[in-house]
Design a protein around this ligand. Structure first.
Ligand code: BES
Ligand code: ZN
Length: 873
């Protein structure tokens, strides 16, 4: 790693001109493939340093044209090229291999040698902890062999793997094993076949010394499927939760979507170096070990929930992604938005639906809303990109999931299911588009959804103004609604969008639902809705369940919000009332106004004291909005003022409710109990601890250290340490030291140790983070480790936006250094610097300077160039 302190502003180079690799790909330029590849045979002679790859493609001209066969490559050199067994002329055009093929059909054979150990991008075939594995989505297959590496070319794969048996006793790829044997010199081989045609991005291969956790699942039609989760032997005891999650996901997809698994074998492999969370390769899912390995001593409840979610997500892709795939990468949300919606519904069914909805909305607001209002804003179905890896965004995933959820809300569960049945049936074995998906829903339901499609094409988060007038004399309430969408890059003028708003009126006196819930479709710039027979002053309960991904501005008094927080019949709306109440105080406080915290303290006290609410809901409801979310509400962001206002409120609640909080903090649950109640108890415990520490730092430190020392599980331990890291004193130092020493040989826990310190709310966090980047356990080559330090720090609003600009420089140093190793990961660190427009002039200028320094770096990757140049605007 480069010494982060030696790079100075003086070295900032002038802006680099866009190089030929910085080409923009446009959706409107889509053309069907010139050549199809119905079959491919791959032959791997595997080794860590050098692996030989022979490919035999049966190619077929697609349509009436005389264009050559173009096979995408990325840093490949052909060692031999044969067409129907004969040497033919071929040429390289940039990274691609181009061959003039005379007839309409041919067998094309190529041979290359690739270098897994030198592959620091972790795309294609690479080495991780002594094993070899692949990652091909989106365009990694072209780093393995020459191929039309685009999702609308579907092939049947037959794969032979050969390797040293002692080092690579396990050889896995997609589909089913068909033959295997031993060779001289301690080598062995295996041949597999995948009966389902698939695009190249779903290819996978794993070779290593792995051990399986085996189980089985009998499908609804009575077929037995062998399940295996492959890990290093020492990690086997940590795989049970992932296995239980897999079986639950398989049963859920049968029950809710009527979808059954289709191979006799389903394999999951855990690797410790992985760019993303996990990957849905057909029959062979490959996972970041963070989303497989868990026991209560090393993983938190959040980790357990994430594992269940990611296992389910990748499994669900077997239908929404693998059996029906995407025609081109502009359709990415077709599989990702839909599959996120599916995994969210699964998690909701496995625990508390209300709490799950709150968590999902929290992360939408924290990540997707800022994206949608910044320089990287793009539609759910983008119109262009330079590097597709940059478009695995919260907009494609989470706003895409909200879009599907709105369709589900508008159609109702039954018609929606009829629509997905038709979609799967109609497009099975095909590469489809977002339009195809909507068409299937329309055809099955008879509902015209054409107006809805604007959610795919128009970027930006709509803002809805809502206001209720009440006329007691006539007993009518009038709801005035108004919508607008701010301009986003390339889309200066916005059209009104269809916004489904689940709405009810709550009686101010009675607290009862005086106008029962209805689904209002706001699809005009302005709309008025009348409620008759309203017998008392009404309170507006709107966007219940967060039925639309919009920002609602409803002018409601603190008194009205306090009342709704206590009595709204929709749990999400109740949570929302608490958050709005807090948000009003926080934004006023950040503007330097005197605030009255009493209504919020009373509402939080009522929530904590309620017998009807479960602890997980209580924890979510009393949590204060994050500083980054408060910042979204400010005209000009002043991070210090926001931090101060939030700290003051935390202190006020900590003092005002100390008895209730102390009681909540004292409640424990056995570490191995993962019931919703046990998890909620632990969540509330640490949330309460945080408020207590806000009210009285010394008492908080003492209590936190006690929670840390006595914890029998990682949730309580990490919750305590998260409070301690922001405090002063020996408790902090002792706990950090003990934590590191105890878990120093568990990489996933060491990641937590870095992440906790990078998230600390302290004046010296920047300094600490700079120091941690020089810690012997820090490395940039492992994506989890880099994210745990740099990623968490960049989301630590107050520390990252330190007035000195040191946080920005640190992140830029990290990005520039990481770009040389792994551009995909480096580019993902850029967006926080793109918030510069929102800040006061000094911070704003420093952020721009750092973006310019990144853009001016020589040999910058296409990934990072796109993110940094677009962030400059
Ligand atoms: N298909 C993706 C994995 C992927 C993403 C591969 C980007 C290549 C580039 C996978 O299905 C996925 O979406 N994984 C998520 C987790 C999921 C629960 C949202 C991830 O990796 O973060
Ligand atoms: Zn996915």
């Amino acid at each position: 790693m480069a010494d982060v302190r030696t790079i100075t502003d003086a070295e900032t180079a002038p802006e680099a001109p866009p190089s030929p690799t910085h080409v923009t790909i446009r959706r409107e330029d889509y053309r069907p493939p010139d050549w199809l590849v119905p079959e491919i045979h791959l032959d791997f002679v595997l080794d860590t340093e050098s692996t030989r790859v022979r490919a035999r493609l049966s190619v077929e001209r697609n349509g009436d044209h005389d264009r050559p066969l173009r096979l995408a490559g990325d840093a490949l050199t052909p060692l031999s090229v044969l067409v129907d067994g004969a040497d033919v002329p071929w040429r390289m055009e940039g990274p691609d291999l181009v061959i003039d093929v005379a007839g309409d059909r041919a067998a094309v054979e190529t041979e290359v040698v690739i270098h897994p150990a030198a592959n620091t991008r972790l795309m294609g075939l690479y080495a991780s902890g002594g094993m070899l594995c692949t990652q091909c989505e989106a365009e990694g297959f072209r780093r393995i062999t020459f191929f039309p590496d685009r999702p609308d070319v579907l092939s049947r794969y037959r794969v032979r793997m050969e390797a040293d048996e002692a080092r690579f006793p396990i050889l896995l790829t997609n589909g089913n094993p068909v033959a295997s044997g031993r060779l001289d010199g301690g080598r062995h081989w295996a041949e597999w076949e995948d009966p389902f045609p698939k695009p190249s991005y779903l290819f996978a291969l794993v070779a290593g010394d792995l051990k399986p956790n085996r189980d089985s699942f009998t499908t609804m039609s009575g077929r037995k499927v062998d399940l295996a989760i492959w890990v290093r032997e020492a990690d086997l005891p940590k795989t049970d939760h992932a296995m239980e999650s897999l079986k639950a996901a398989m049963a859920w997809d049968e029950r809710v979507y009527g979808r059954e698994y289709d191979l006799d074998l389903f394999n999951i492999v855990a690797v410790s170096d992985f760019n993303m969370g996990a990957m849905e390769n057909k029959g062979l899912n490959i996972f970041n070990s963070a989303y497989v390995l868990a026991d209560s001593n090393t993983a938190t409840d959040v980790d357990f929930d994430n594992i269940a979610r990611v296992v389910a997500h990748e499994y669900f892709h077997n239908w929404s992604g693998d059996r029906v795939t995407c025609r081109d990468w502009f359709q990415l949300s077709l599989k990702e938005g839909f599959t996120v919606f599916r995994d969210q519904s699964f998690s909701a069914d496995m625990g508390s639906a209300a709490v799950k909805r709150i968590e999902d909305v929290r992360s939408l607001r924290m990540i997707q809303f800022p994206e949608d209002s910044g320089p990287l804003a793009h539609p759910v179905r983008p119109d262009s990109y330079m590097e597709i890896s940059n478009f695995y965004t919260a907009t494609i995933y989470n706003k895409g999931a909200e879009l599907i959820r709105m369709l589900h809300t508008v159609l109702g569960a039954e018609k929606f299911r009829a629509g997905t049945d038709l979609y799967f049936e109609r497009h099975d074995g095909e590469a489809a588009t977002c339009d195809d998906f909507v068409k299937a829903l329309e055809d099955a339901s008879g509902v015209d959804l054409s107006a809805f499609k604007i959610w795919y094409s128009q970027a930006g988060t709509p803002v809805v103004e809502a206001h209720v007038d009440y006329d007691a004399g006539s007993g009518t309430a009038t709801l005035e609604l108004e919508q607008r969408v701010a301009p986003t890059p390339g889309q200066p003028d916005k059209k009104p969008m269809p916004i489904p708003l689940r709405t009810a009126l709550i009686g101010e006196q009675s607290g009862a639902e005086i106008a029962s819930e209805q689904l209002i479709l706001l699809d005009e710039p302005r709309q008025t809705v009348r409620f008759d027979g309203v017998t008392e002053a009404p309170l507006l309960s709107i966007n219940r369940g967060f039925s639309a991904p919009v920002i609602v501005r409803a002018q409601r008094s603190p008194h009205a919000l306090e009342r709704l927080a206590q009595s709204d019949t929709d749990p999400f709306a109740r949570y929302e009332a608490m958050q709005e109440l807090a948000m009003g105080l926080l934004t006023a406080g950040a503007r330097g106004e005197e605030v009255d915290a009493e209504p919020l303290i009373r509402a939080a006290g009522n929530t904590l004291g309620s017998n009807a609410l479960d602890p997980a809901f209580k924890a979510e409801a009393i949590l204060l909005p994050q500083e980054a979310v408060i910042a979204e509400r400010m005209e000009v962001v002043d991070p210090d003022a926001i931090h101060r206002a939030r700290e003051q409120l935390r202190t006020a609640i900590g003092r005002g409710l100390s008895a209730e909080l102390t009681r909540a903090q004292a409640a424990t649950a056995p570490g191995t109990d993962h019931s919703p109640l046990a998890k909620g108890t632990r969540r509330l415990r640490s949330v309460a601890l945080n408020f207590i520490a806000g009210g009285d730092a010394a008492a908080g430190a003492h209590l936190a250290k006690a929670q840390f020392d006595t914890a029998d599980n990682m949730t309580d331990r990490q919750g305590a340490l998260a409070v301690l890291v922001s405090l002063e004193g020996t408790e902090r130092e002792d706990a950090l030291k003990a934590f590191f020493e105890r878990f120093s040989d568990d990489p996933l826990v060491v990641d937590k140790w870095f992440a906790l310190q990078a998230s600390a709310q302290r004046a010296d966090t920047v300094e600490q983070v700079e120091k941690l980047a020089r810690h012997p356990a820090f490395t940039m080559s492992n994506p989890n480790r880099l994210r745990s330090l740099a990623g968490n720090f960049s989301m630590n609003h107050w520390a990252f936006n330190d007035a000195s600009g040191r946080g920005y420089r640190f992140l830029a140093d990290m990005i520039i250094a990481a770009d040389k190793l792994n551009p995909q990961i480096a580019a993902r660190l850029v967006p926080p610097l793109g918030r510069w427009r929102r800040f006061e002039p000094v911070r704003s200028a420093t952020m721009r300077e750092q973006l310019e320094r990144i853009v001016g770096t020589s040999d910058l990757s296409r990934d990072t160039y796109e993110q940094a140049s677009k962030s400059l605007g």
